[in-house]
Structures are given as structure tokens and as C-alpha cells.
Design a protein around this ligand. Structure first.
Ligand code: ZN
Length: 371
């Protein structure tokens, strides 16, 4: 692919592609431990029929089953398979040998999020403990750039994110679990009250609280880089609750749709915002009972997926060609959308060139020739 080599050459030379990219804002959303098997195939029949995993069989079957895999996945992820599949790109369907993997060998959350945001699958990052991450991430990198200072925010359900993204050092606005929302904005104050009074089926605040906090913050403070980290899918999966896992996945798809509709009706964000949806790791599948779990003892749990929609990404839909991409490439891709080359004191994997439409690259080449 000629133009892919061109882009990596341009990026390696440290050239800013800002003037040619239409993306001015980035939104990243992660669904913790969400399997590619459901993303591309919808609800799994064996798990749906297994009473150990699906207690609410009737309502779950009615909501998410269809004999056609294409209809099934649309029932589970209506936004992904109606809007993103038409206007964006979706990677990771291994039935077409379109592979996306963790480059880190551990296949659990902290190493996955570290890889995702630092572009560096650090072998020393191998626990979920609350240890401040020494690796610089792309969110704090962006927060150091002119026009992005104070315009980078992250909202997370899981209370380990202040350590993964090193809240102390990074300087970004980060709100996780029941961190207080100390704002004068009345909607944010209401959400703050609610998160302290709600039931917590997964021991941290429900994802809907994280979403509403992020949404109302976005409305009030217009961040240019916004990250939303959902958590329920992984927790329900560990608990062996397949019905709740599916229902959370569906709800998260609807929240993403809600945000995208707001973005596309806001003059400041419309057609200037790229949305990236992905996960931290996969889960077991070969031995069906292993769907609840993940880690280096379950080889297929390093299999992941991602989806992108935005003004610089060609509407190719589901990618059905053989290929191999890695989670570590997303950090530099985020920066590249905003016109920056993410450099740090650790190695950073190169961006995913196929996400950048050809006209954007040709315009860059034309601008170079003009010089
Ligand atoms: Zn997990």
C-alpha cells in the first residue's frame, strides 16, 4: 500500500498534518473486556442457553437473539452497526482474518490501558494494583500542546484509572468512580448526589453515572480530548452473568450514540470530531466456560477490536481484508488525528495509516510540494 508508506514517512519526519486533517476534537470510549465475538457476531447461543450464565433467559433472548449473525450484532450494538458501519471503519473480525491484538502478553486491564494510551506495551506493567504509571500517555501529551492545555478530560468507572493515567503527573482532568464532581453546574451537582446514593452492583459507580458526568462536563466545558472508560461488561462477565454483560454492552452502545448525536448537532464539534471505540482486552472462548475470564493463561483473550468514525476516516465499514493491527498503535493514532506526532521517552508504535483517508494524505503531499 503505497500511501500507507507515505504517511508513516511523513509522520516519522515529525511533520504536522494539522492543516490537512479535519479532526479538531477526539472522543475515546472503552468497553472493558468486551469480546470481539459479540461485537461481530452478537449474542453467543451456547452462553445464552446456559442457565448458569443467563438467568433472565426470556427477556435476554427476546432482546438479543436472531438467527442471522448480522441481525444479532445489530440488536446488541445498534449504533455501531448502523452508523459506524456505514460512515466509519470497524476492525477485528477474525472470521475475515482481520486481526487486532494486545501487543502486551498479559491480557488484563492495567497492561491493556497502558498499551492503549502510551503506545508502549511495557513488560514491567503487569498488575492491576494502584501503582502510578511511569509511562507518559497520549492524553497528557496532548494536554501539553498549545490549544489543548486544560482541554483534556477523562471519566472512568474503575478507580484504578487515576493511577493508569497518572493523575498526579498528567495534569488532565480525571474523574473516576466516586470522585466528587465539584462544579457549580447544577447538572453535575445532581449527578454528584446520585452517584453517592445509587446501588453499586459492581462495587464502583454504574457506567451511566460515568457517562452522564462526562456528557454534562462536555456540554459545560467543551474539552477537545475526552475519554470515557466504561467497566460493567468486564465485571458482569467475571461474575458469570451473560445476560447483564449483554445488557450493559447494549446500554453503552446507546450512550455512545447519545453522545455522537450531541456532537453532530454542535457547531463546535460537528464534522470536526473523531470517535474511537475499543476495549482493553478480550476474553476466553475456545473453552466456552472461559468466557468469564481473561489473562495470559487464555491465549485468545489477547484478541481485541476497535471502531472509528470521523471526518478524516473513509466510510469503509467493517474491514473484511486480512491484516494485523495492535492496540499499541492507537495512542499515536489519536495524536495523528489531531495533527501531532506522539513522541515520548519510551518507544511509541506507529499510527494506523488506513484510518486516514487518502485525500488528507494527498493534501499533505501537495502542501509539501508547495514549500
Ligand atoms: Zn477483567
Amino acid at each position: 500500500m503505497k500511501f500507507i508508506c507515505f504517511l508513516s514517512l511523513l509522520l516519522m519526519s515529525g511533520l504536522q498534518i494539522k492543516a490537512q486533517n479535519k479532526t479538531e476534537n477526539i472522543v475515546i470510549v472503552t468497553l472493558d473486556g468486551m469480546r470481539w465475538q459479540e461485537v461481530f457476531g452478537g449474542a453467543d447461543k451456547a452462553l445464552l442457553k446456559d442457565k448458569r450464565f443467563t438467568k433472565e433467559y426470556v427477556s435476554t433472548y427476546r432482546s438479543f437473539w436472531n438467527d442471522s449473525a448480522n441481525e444479532r450484532r445489530k440488536k446488541l450494538f445498534p449504533f455501531l452497526w448502523s452508523v459506524v458501519a456505514k460512515q466509519g471503519q470497524i476492525y477485528g473480525n477474525r472470521n475475515y482474518e482481520n486481526n487486532v491484538n494486545n501487543a502486551n502478553p498479559y491480557y488484563f486491564s492495567y497492561p491493556g490501558y497502558n498499551e492503549l494510551f502510551t503506545g508502549y506495551p511495557d513488560l514491567a506493567v503487569r498488575s492491576n494494583n494502584k501503582i502510578l504509571n511511569k509511562n507518559e500517555n497520549v492524553l497528557e501529551f496532548m494536554n501539553k500542546q498549545e490549544n489543548y492545555k486544560g482541554k483534556v478530560a477523562a471519566f472512568a468507572t474503575w478507580d484504578v484509572f487515576p493511577f493508569i493515567l497518572n493523575q498526579k503527573r498528567s495534569g488532565i482532568y480525571l474523574n473516576a468512580d466516586i470522585d466528587s464532581l465539584k462544579f457549580s453546574n447544577s447538572n453535575l451537582r445532581l449527578i454528584n448526589d446520585m452517584q453517592f446514593l445509587t446501588a453499586k452492583p459492581i462495587d464502583v459507580r454504574p457506567d451511566i453515572m460515568t457517562y452522564f458526568a462526562a456528557r454534562e462536563y462536555w456540554k459545560a466545558y467543551q474539552p477537545k480530548v475526552l475519554y470515557i472508560a466504561f467497566d460493567e461488561t468486564d465485571d458482569f462477565a467475571h461474575g458469570g452473568e451473560y445476560d447483564q454483560y449483554l445488557k450493559s454492552a447494549y446500554a453503552e452502545d446507546r450512550m455512545i450514540e447519545n453522545l455522537w448525536n450531541l456532537i453532530q448537532t454542535s457547531p463546535q464539534y460537528k464534522n470536526k470530531t473523531t470517535l474511537i471505540i475499543t476495549c482493553d482486552h478480550g476474553r476466553g472462548d475456545i473453552n466456552k466456560d472461559n468466557w468469564t475470564d481473561h489473562g495470559d493463561n487464555i491465549k485468545e483473550s489477547g484478541q481485541i477490536w476497535f471502531a472509528v468514525i470521523g471526518p478524516d476516516t473513509a466510510p469503509l465499514g467493517e474491514i473484511k481484508t486480512a491484516g494485523q493491527l495492535y492496540q499499541k498503535q492507537i495512542a499515536s493514532t489519536i495524536a495523528a488525528f489531531l495533527g501531532f506526532e506522539f513522541k515520548s521517552n519510551h518507544t511509541v508504535a506507529e499510527p494506523i495509516a488506513s484510518l486516514f483517508s487518502k485525500p488528507a494524505i494527498e493534501a499533505t503531499v501537495a502542501a509539501l510540494n508547495d514549500k
